[in-house]
Design a protein around this ligand. Structure first.
Ligand code: NCD
Ligand code: ZN
Length: 347
């Protein structure tokens, strides 16, 4: 017995492609199944100006396998010093699709992030005026805030005041991990969407910590309690247009993850679509997979869906994936949910 589902080719609305040998090694893992992706700008140094974004875009295009039509949708990294006119010009040129807000110190390579939202209000006002989307890493980073509370605190202290100050700004709350995040986005008008990662639909914090520490399940925002995972599953599988896929696939080499101070990031590009088919199948929601992975995201970014399709098949026997992707920088472990998966994309 085999089952299959054919959907519009998906896009990834939050992706880390890195640079250099890592980019060359992992780019095919995304271009194989995805039509487009919003490319995170947290390189070292970050992608802060239009000219940085243009040069990075060229390097990504050069890393595509022969024949690939994958389209990188570029972002700029918002800093306290970002020039509203540079941002507006990059958007008018069709070079960027979004601007990324990292609170300073929130995650990997976020040292140049925003120290106080007041410092960037002129940029945000300009973005609201021209219809450019703000992607937000929504975690409060003050040292006294418990890491499991960072998302909920950010909603109250920063996100909600911003929504009230600039209701016309199109916002993506990225990689939401809590019921609080789901409820907040649902309470907002249509111009507030949220991405959800594949791994946050599959693991809770026990997966990271019970029975020994599992560095390949550690990412930021960190996975929360089971009740939050369940709320994310309900949102993702509901078909609600405000929720869509952003894998946050974030490769780090094994030595960088399996260390006394391991890096944050789960690498899911290789098997995301199979894992999502598993999740939606398990919840009896396969007909909504296309909305989550292929339709809701383009609508939020005012783009058309891709015009071609992919097919995902279910087999009786479990499928296998590579444990690791070898890159010029070193091996990168592929996210493994810890149980059998029976779905695979027909390449
Ligand atoms: C990301 C990375 O490694 O760049 N890590 C992660 O855990 N998600 C940064 C980020 O998106 O927070
Ligand atoms: Zn990310």
């Amino acid at each position: 017995m085999s089952n299959s589902i054919t959907i519009t080719r998906p896009d990834d609305w939050h992706l880390h492609l890195r640079d250099g040998a890592m980019l060359a090694g992992i780019a095919p893992e995304t271009t194989r199944h995805f039509g487009r992706a919003i490319i995170m700008p947290n390189l070292v140094p970050p992608v802060v100006t239009a000219s940085d974004a243009a040069a990075y875009r060229d390097r990504i295009l050069a890393a595509r396998p022969a024949g690939s039509n994958f389209e990188p949708l570029m972002t700029l990294y918002l800093t306290d010093k970002t020039d509203p006119n540079d941002v507006a010009a990059a958007y008018a040129d069709g070079l960027i699709r979004a601007v990324k807000y990292y609170p300073a110190g929130a995650t990997t390579n976020s040292d140049s992030g925003v120290t106080d939202i007041k410092n960037v209000m002129p940029v945000l006002e300009k973005m609201a005026e021209i219809g450019l989307t703000l992607c937000i890493h929504g975690e409060a980073t003050e040292p006294h805030i418990d890491i499991f509370d960072r998302e909920a605190v950010f909603i109250d202290t920063t996100l909600d005041p911003l929504r009230r100050a600039l209701p016309e700004l199109n916002i993506t709350s990225e990689h939401i991990t809590t019921k609080d995040g789901v409820d907040y986005v649902k309470s907002q008008p249509k111009n507030h969407g949220a991405t959800i990662t594949t791994h946050h639909l599959m693991i809770n914090r026990n997966h990271i910590l019970v029975g020994g520490i599992k560095p390949h399940y550690y990412c930021l925002p960190v996975a929360k309690r089971e009740e939050h995972r369940i709320a994310l599953r309900a949102a993702a599988t509901s078909g609600d247009p405000r929720f869509f896929l952003g894998t946050d696939s974030a490769p780090h080499t094994d030595p960088a993850k399996e260390s006394g101070c391991g890096c944050a990031g789960c690498f899911t590009a290789t098997n995301t679509m199979a894992l999502l088919a598993h999740v939606f199948d398990e919840d009896g929601a396969l007909p909504n997979l296309e909305k989550f992975a292929s339709l809701n995201g383009p609508a939020h970014y005012d783009l058309k869906p891709n015009t071609d399709q992919i097919t995902i098949e279910k087999s009786d026997l479990p499928v296998t994936y590579p444990d690791k992707i070898e890159t010029g920088d070193g091996p990168v472990t592929v996210f493994n949910p810890g149980h059998d998966i029976h779905w695979r994309v027909v390449d």
